[in-house]
Design a protein around this ligand. Structure first.
Ligand SMILES: Nc1ncnc2c1ncn2[C@@H]1O[C@H](COP(=O)(O)OP(=O)(O)O)[C@@H](O)[C@H]1O
Ligand SMILES: [Mg+2]
Length: 497
């Protein structure tokens, strides 16, 4: 149905796509996989007319087509849902969907018709989206369905989805895959970009693997497996399991007693108590938005608890500031690396000293920072944590998500913390880097440090944690043995089912 032939696209000196060819068959779900920066988004944006290729051709049903902009693509039946949604918060679902697809101003009559049409589209696919509600009142998962509806409303026959599951909980992913299967039954063709192997295996019919701007493989999903895909993606064998010995927990490092934290929507952490010992990883599993963010922020000194007590090696640190906690040996790898983890417009060198910039050896004399100390630090982090490209002078913004994460992890590990608070360590990170990050966390544990790990990836917390707590609606609702508990058991605790 869709053929991209010999597509090349450069941005300045970066070759994002180097002679890429992809063939997508009608009525299939076609996965595009590859590490961050492999060129997946670029090639699909070319198919959608968002970028124009420097060279190469696009064929639709065997006919050569010119796609100069998204209008051309939409007219040809190609729709795309981007990684970051493009919806207007204070308009309704229907208003968002007809926005830009109507010529001239939409009348209330048009809107009424759109409400009915969208309701029908939503019902056909069991999307459960009410066209009359405001976008701001929808969850991220629901907003994504609105983006799908927007493409379908414009009669898309091919839907390109760029990392659609990155923002979804495990349950939402299941539902979402159900929707994709129903779309396929209706004869639609779906192209899904992802870097999660289990998703490729679960949902796709065919896979194209991209590496370093090239298409390096094309296989039927039924004829490959996780190890085979991983090898093609990374270009070497990858350890997909976490290998670790049993933990040898020692003294209590973190003790949390009756902690209460108020969040944006009222009580977010409700009477939570637990301990983390030196030499163990305690995991917290839960559907996102059940208090994990507020819990970690309170423990990191980024917000003040409403009640309860937090102890660090027996010392009361309940109301300690973030800086004080850092000085006492608490490191924090935040879930939102852009907002909390990095200064995106600063270079790697500056980012590498955030949090220690005011003290020796980085602060040399009052008000001045030592450039040798900064250089030493950033180069150590780049080398030990394999940050690519290894250039201290480029901005944090120009790194891929995986490399940004390695930079943050490197910086926090450099503190040699007693306690590491870590949220979503591998979100949006490619598999080669996931293996690396997991190994680093186990190494830190085996050095006798205490680690509190929050992850929305159930498989990840299960694999890393030595003890696993389940959080729901701000309360710890159970503790399970991550080695023996099944995903179903944990899922039931998470949902209260
Ligand atoms: N608009 C752009 N300007 C400059 N460089 C870009 C732009 N978009 C992508 N790139 C670069 O092109 C390469 C491929 O990026 P992308 O297609 O986004 O990869 P992927 O989606 O596989 O992670 C990366 O090195 C990226 O930094
Ligand atoms: Mg991308």
């Amino acid at each position: 149905m869709l053929e991209l032939k010999n597509i090349t696209k450069t941005f300045g000196s970066v070759v994002a796509n180097n002679d890429v060819s992809i063939t997508v068959h009608r009525g299939t779900i076609h996965a595009i996989v590859g590490e961050n920066g492999a060129g997946k988004s670029t090639v699909m944006r070319i198919a959608y007319g968002f970028y124009n290729a420097d060279s190469g051709e696009i064929f639709l049903d065997g006919k050569r087509v010119d796609i100069r902009n998204p209008h051309d693509a939409i007219a040809l039946g190609i729709g795309m849902v981007h990684q970051h949604f493009m919806l207007v918060d204070n308009l309704t679902v229907a208003e968002n969907i007809i926005l830009g697809s109507e010529t001239g101003t939409a009348t209330s009559l048009d809107l009424e018709k759109a409400n009915i049409d969208i309701k029908k589209l939503s019902d056909d696919l069991r999307l459960n989206v009410n066209p009359r509600v405001l976008i701001e009142d929808l969850s991220v998962g629901q907003q994504q369905r609105v983006e799908l509806l927007k493409a379908l409303y414009r009669n898309a026959e091919i839907l390109i989805l760029d990392e659609p599951t990155a923002v979804l909980s495990p349950q939402e992913v299941e539902e979402f895959f159900g929707i994709l299967r129903r779309m396929k039954e209706q004869g639609k063709t779906v192209i899904i970009i992802t870097h999660k192997l289990e998703e490729v295996l679960a949902i796709s019919d065919e896979v194209t693997v991209m590496r370093d701007g090239k298409s390096v493989g094309n296989v039927k999903t039924s004829e490959t497996d996780a190890a085979g895909l991983a090898r093609m993606i990374v270009g070497r064998d990858v350890l997909l399991r976490v290998e670790k010995d049993d933990a040898r927990p020692a003294d209590v490092v973190l003790s949390v007693n009756g902690l209460k934290v108020i969040g944006k929507h009222g009580l977010a952490v409700d009477d939570v108590s637990f301990e983390v010992r030196a030499g163990e990883i305690v995991g917290i599993a839960g559907i996102e938005g059940n208090g994990q963010t507020e819990l970690i922020e309170a423990l990191a000194g980024l917000c003040r608890p409403e009640g309860g007590r937090v102890g660090l090696e027996g010392k009361d640190v309940t109301n300690a500031s973030a800086r004080r906690l850092k000085e006492l040996g608490v490191a924090h790898i935040p879930e939102d690396r852009h907002r909390r983890g990095l200064l995106l417009h600063s270079d790697l060198a500056e980012n590498s000293v955030l949090g220690v910039h005011y003290r020796a050896p980085v602060a040399a004399t009052a008000g001045f920072m030592s450039s040798t100390a900064i250089e030493k630090r950033v180069n150590e982090i780049i080398e030990n944590f394999d940050v690519r490209p290894p250039n201290p002078e480029i901005s944090a913004k120009s790194l891929s998500g995986g490399n940004q994460q390695k930079l943050i992890i490197g910086r926090e590990f450099e503190l040699d913390p007693k306690l590491l608070l870590v949220s979503q360590p591998t979100r949006g990170v490619d598999i080669g880097a996931i293996e690396f990050i997991h190994r680093k966390l186990i190494e830190l544990r085996d050095k006798g440090r205490a680690i509190l790990l929050v992850s929305a990836e159930l498989e990840e917390v299960k694999a890393l944690a030595d003890r696993l707590l389940v959080i729901r609606e701000g309360k710890i609702v159970g503790e399970v043995d991550p080695q023996t508990a099944t995903v179903e058991e944990i899922g039931l605790l998470m949902t209260g089912g």
